[in-house]
Design a binder for this molecule. Structure first.
Ligand SMILES: Cc1cc2nc3c(=O)[nH]c(=O)nc-3n(C[C@H](O)[C@H](O)[C@H](O)COP(=O)(O)OP(=O)(O)OC[C@H]3O[C@@H](n4cnc5c(N)ncnc54)[C@H](O)[C@@H]3O)c2cc1C
Length: 478
């Protein structure tokens, strides 16, 4: 649907002509996120105040056009792709760190603040906010909307765990404040948590109050290599059972190791699987003791080599290499791309060994590469499909393989998304997983958003498969 001239004029009246983008070149870059879908919006607006956001949403209700909030556009499942066109609300210009109050253990930020920028500001106070691997670009608004988390979630939690309060422009255009500045809260329905993970379908977050997490003084790490991926998986659940909560516990399978070595020259051992393990704390002896216990578990599970380090530079290098996983996989075979399918399932920790072995079997059966890696310490695994996205047969193969992978995840008691969220790409499996709740979710959406203007057709609302609105030049008949 194209927006009427009078609507565009009203939008320009709210944000000014400079921050209302109507040319095709300016709108085209908002047609994608990091996933597989594409749709060009009619208009892009860039508000700088909550009042402007509220006026845009009120106008959307008056003229019934879709409104799609957007941060950095790094989500991986078409979350901010405007599937029904309409107006993309780019929140990156609302980027003030309003307050850091270490005495209250909080900070207050606008939604467009980038995670790494906030952490750079918090570092001098010895605090941080745990973020995703995309922290150098991801905004706090996007992190809240996706309940993003990353390698530190096992020990330090996901975004939901650190959200204390939100200001939200509701789908009606009304402004609501949820939660409080206090670290504890138990007053009635906790909407500040409820909006986390709603992927821009229930409102636009315009201010976020976060609980600060202390930075540990000492870190020590180990790269443990295994001849069999099952042994690496078993090590993960054995470490947790000790009990030890490492600050990072990442698994990489053979293809991923090869890809990262090729792209970054990290020189990781090229075996069936490795674990990157880091423990941290404020007492060096205790940190070393913990790493020694981790070593025992790795040995018990037949680790073929272990490479230890306390050097912060080497640790940073290792984690930087790990963060390069997606581009590294893309560069591995020049005829294939890394396609964001089955990208972040989570299974019970004890099921990690079985899951990685069964994913490998699916990969072999369909003769397409589906390498596994991930934050195995909290059961959160990543697979990516390496394929030629211009080949319709590859899409048909992937469609079947991805369904089998999610059947395994659900059979093991897991969930289709551990951190990235649902967007469009994962809706078929999300609807399978949450079948008994879909009607309730739709009722909530209708109650808060009677005109269905807020990021429509996402999460439970998309009723078709993922092979839709593809960004690639390909026609896929099913
Ligand atoms: C290389 C790479 C690595 C990644 N690693 C991780 C990872 O380790 N962990 C992880 O969790 N994710 C990861 N992601 C996914 C993504 O980066 C995160 O989900 C991130 O939090 C999205 O932030 P964003 O600002 O880019 O949001 P966007 O992509 O712009 O938006 C995401 C969703 O949030 C909504 N939204 C954005 N801002 C607001 C707002 N102010 N109010 C309401 N809704 C809003 C949008 O409508 C959309 O539905 C990765 C992505 C890439 C490309």
């Amino acid at each position: 649907m194209a927006l009427k001239k009078e609507v565009i004029a009203r939008l320009q009246g709210i944000v000014g002509e400079d921050r209302c983008k109507t040319s095709i070149a300016e709108r085209y870059v908002y047609a994608f996120d990091g996933g597989i879908h594409r749709e060009v919006p009619d208009v892009v607006v860039q508000p700088i105040t909550t009042q402007e956001v509220a006026q845009i949403v009120k106008l959307a209700n008056e003229y019934k056009f879709p409104v799609v909030p957007r941060g950095a556009g790094t989500a991986l499942c078409g979350h901010s792709v405007p599937i029904d066109k309409g107006v993309v609300v780019d929140l990156q210009r609302m980027k003030k760190i309003k307050e850091i109050c270490v005495e209250d253990l909080i900070c207050v930020v606008e939604p467009g603040v980038v995670c790494d920028h906030l952490n750079a500001a918090l570092k001098k106070y010895k605090f941080f906010i745990p973020g995703p691997a995309s922290s150098e670009a991801a905004t706090l608004g996007g992190m809240v909307a996706c309940n993003a988390s990353g390698d530190k979630a096992l020990k330090y939690g996901a975004t939901r765990d650190v959200v204390l309060g939100l200001e939200v422009v509701l789908p009606t255009g009304d402004i609501a404040r949820c939660g409080a500045r206090s670290v504890k809260g138990s007053s009635g329905y906790q909407f500040e948590k409820f909006f986390v993970g709603s992927e821009g379908t229930l409102g636009i977050v315009t201010e976020i109050t976060l609980k600060l997490v202390p930075l540990a003084t000492y870190r020590a790490g180990c790269v443990a290599a295994f001849g069999k991926i099952r042994e690496a998986g078993q090590t993960v659940s054995d470490i947790i059972a000790v009990p030890i909560l490492p600050s990072n516990l990442e698994l990489m399978s053979a293809t991923c190791i090869k890809a990262v070595n090729k792209a970054t020259g990290l020189g990781l051992p090229e075996v069936d699987a490795i674990l990157l393990i880091e423990v941290d704390g404020n007492n060096l002896e205790a940190v070393r003791e913990e790493l020694a216990k981790v070593t025992e578990v790795c040995k018990k599970n037949n680790a073929v080599s272990m490479d230890f380090t306390e050097d912060p530079k080497r640790l940073e290098e290792l984690w930087k290499g790990r963060k390069q996983m997606i581009p590294s996989l893309s560069a591995l075979r020049k005829e294939y791309a890394t396609v964001m399918l089955a990208d972040d399932m989570s299974v019970p920790i004890s099921k990690v060994p079985e899951a990685v072995v069964r994913f490998q079997e699916v990969s072999d059966r369909y003769d397409i590469e589906i390498p596994a890696y991930g934050h195995a310490g909290d059961g959160n695994l990543h697979t990516k499909v390496l394929m030629d996205p211009t080949n319709p047969d590859h899409w048909r193969q992937a469609d079947k393989a991805v369904q089998e992978i999610y059947d395994i995840v659900l059979e093991l008691g897991g969930t289709v998304s551990g951190e990235h969220g649902i967007g469009i790409t994962k809706t078929p499996y999300f609807r399978q997983e949450r079948a008994s709740l879909i009607a309730a979710m739709k009722a909530v959406k209708r109650a808060l958003d009677p005109n269905n203007i807020m990021n429509p057709h996402k999460i439970q609302e998309w009723e078709n498969g993922f092979v839709t609105h593809l960004r690639y030049p390909v026609e896929v008949s099913q």
